[in-house]
Design a protein around this ligand. Structure first.
Ligand code: SAM
Length: 380
């Protein structure tokens, strides 16, 4: 499924076999074991709760605490966590084996019109440095070698495993789906400059180059090892993007510099106060008529059954994603209004995945009928 490029940390035969094993184990846990949890909840846990409390569980916390006692649920949870850890180990070992050569390749790549601006003075916010986010050792920012790209190269490979092919050959389906949404909802928008905040390695930055020819495309992140890899990867794929190391809460771009500002799964990895600051910064950076659009997984108020909320919320407690729960219950429209956007121009909606919709695989096409890309944004 994956389209390799010049700086892709290619697994060898045995590493590839181990990756396939982890991916199949993930599929097994999700597709084969997860339905058993639902049955356990419906047939045992919920009726027991109702008998005890004379009402059904009202919140995801009540469901989680009731389910936590169940050995089947404990086994599912332990397996899910273990696959996440094995995935990091398997990919990490393979990238470590190749790291000196990969660093050299990334240093020597020819930029094809893009650029990389690093700033050693950027402080990685504590909400990122205090936790190995989703069990990624050292997070996005840790550097152990000169010009390190380990965090970036591993991010690419773990996404290939974790997304199970649903991101498309360059793992950029979320941006492609967002671009379709932008075209449908803002047909008059002709962005001259586009910014992707929290771009990591630029998976979802690159598609804007072809989607809006002539526009300048920028990506910012606080994590230098990811940005080095992003720049090398974009150059290898032939997409001119300007990457810089900046905190999205306060960038050095001028007021009104951008017509389109996007992010992909930045929100659920960001603490509440910084997210508020990022929305305010987006408002400052947008030209009048410009559009801000952030993509994540659906908010809890879009799920009426608290059981469904617990599936994502698992990450808050067991996958080192401490802001998952708080993000998904935030009033994002209010956050946008507080940042300066007009309430009547704020959007909270879902969109389907372009890749799943067009996939040859019938299971993928069926999944596309349940739009699962959540979008929060506004026009200035
Ligand atoms: C889940 S990743 C984003 C993935 C990426 N957008 C993609 O499509 O693959 C979150 C990224 O946001 C970055 N980040 C978090 N807070 C940030 C901030 N305040 N300023 C800049 N980058 C930030 C992290 O370093 C990390 O690389």
């Amino acid at each position: 499924m994956q389209k390799p490029h010049a700086v892709y940390a290619m697994p060898d035969h045995d590493e590839g076999a181990r990756e396939c094993f982890v991916r199949e184990l993930m599929v097994h846990v999700q597709r084969d074991l997860q339905p058993g949890k639902r049955a356990l909840y419906d047939r045992v846990v919920k009726p027991r709760f109702e008998k005890r409390h004379q009402r059904p569980p009202r919140t995801r916390h009540e469901v989680r605490l009731a389910m936590e006692q169940e050995p089947y649920n404990q086994m599912w949870s332990a397996l899910r966590r273990t696959t996440q850890e094995i995935m990091q180990d398997v990919v990490g070992e393979s990238v470590e084996r190749q790291l000196p050569g990969l660093i050299d390749q990334c240093r020597n790549v020819s930029p094809c019109g893009g650029s990389l601006r690093l700033d050693a003075g950027v402080v990685v916010p504590r909400y990122l440095s205090a936790v190995d986010i989703h069990c990624k050792p050292g997070g996005y920012h840790t550097e152990l070698a000169a010009d390190d790209v380990y965090a970036g190269a591993t991010y690419e490979r773990t996404n290939v495993v974790f997304n199970m092919g649903t991101g498309g050959p360059l793992n950029d389906d979320r941006a492609r789906s967002m671009i379709r949404f932008v075209r449908e909802h803002f047909p008059d928008l002709r962005p001259r400059r586009i910014l992707d905040v929290g771009c990591t390695i630029g998976f979802n930055t690159l598609p804007y180059v072809d989607a809006f020819p002539g526009a300048e495309v920028y990506g910012i992140d606080v994590a230098a090892p990811c940005l080095r890899f992003a720049h090398a990867r974009a150059s290898a794929i032939g997409k001119p993007v300007h990457f810089s190391q900046q905190n999205a809460e306060h960038t050095d771009f001028a007021d009104g510099h951008f017509d389109l500002i996007v992010s992909v799964i930045l929100m659920h990895e960001t603490a509440n106060r910084p997210l508020r600051n990022i929305f305010q910064e987006c408002y400052r950076l947008l030209a009048p008529g410009g559009v801000m659009l952030h993509m994540d997984t659906p908010q809890y108020d879009m799920m009426t059954d608290p059981y469904d909320q617990t599936l994502g919320d698992w990450s808050t407690y067991y996958n080192a994603e401490p802001f998952w729960g708080t993000l998904h219950e935030l009033d994002l429209t209010q956050l946008m209004v507080d940042a300066g956007f007009s309430r009547s121009r704020a959007i909270e909606t879902t969109a389907p995945s372009l890749f799943l919709e067009q996939a040859g695989n019938a299971e993928f096409r069926a999944r596309a009928r349940r739009p699962n890309l959540f979008l929060a944004g506004a026009r200035k």
